[in-house]
Design a protein. Structure first.
Length: 182
């Protein structure tokens, strides 16, 4: 944050945070920890601290958490897995075509752009991040690595306004995961 402030030189010393998914969760965590976040406001796109009552398809990643923890795998190659599965999702017989709708709502992206997105923009995810993300599906929502600090419970103490947006066709972060969860 200090690096960004140095280069942006905001007049009031505060930043406007605009982000997507887990990036915004990091901003919200900063605000909920009770320290001065240095943020003037947050605009959150497809991000939630509590997925318990939603039908988020992000739950599809949950089965990877236990084996990753048991085997002490350092990273989960989400990008590699998606790249390997993409031909089965985008070409006949379209066995994994449902995967495309996890990334973009049906008919919202040109197939060539979707292919570029899938093949070039997903990377490995540290296993510890995936393990922490699983807490967003448990009672109380996302918590810190110790499992004792519930971010959602402390977010109300912040004086930083948060605008949370969700797409009505978003399968990963549906509106129900956002409404009343931040």
């Amino acid at each position: 944050m200090e690096y960004i402030k140095t280069h942006c030189k905001p007049k009031d010393g505060k930043l406007l945070a605009i982000g997507h998914s887990m990036g915004v969760s990091c901003f919200m965590q900063c605000c909920s920890e009770g320290r001065n976040s240095g943020l003037a406001s947050i605009a959150a796109w497809a991000s939630s601290l509590d997925y318990t009552s939603s039908k988020s398809s992000l739950k599809l990643l949950l089965p990877l958490a236990d084996p990753a923890e048991a085997l002490k795998v350092p990273v989960i190659p989400i990008g590699g897995l998606l790249s390997a599965a993409h031909p089965l999702a985008s070409r006949p017989p379209y066995v994994l075509s449902w995967l495309n709708h996890q990334i973009s709502a049906q008919d919202m992206m040109h197939p060539e752009l979707l292919e570029k997105l899938v093949l070039n923009n997903f990377c490995t995810v540290p296993a510890k991040v995936l393990l922490q993300l699983t807490t967003a599906f448990q009672k109380g929502g996302l918590r810190d690595r110790s499992g004792t600090f519930f971010y959602k419970d402390h977010l109300c103490k912040t004086n930083v306004p948060i605008l949370a947006l969700a797409g009505d066709q978003d399968l990963i972060c549906p509106p129900k995961a956002v409404y009343g969860r931040i």
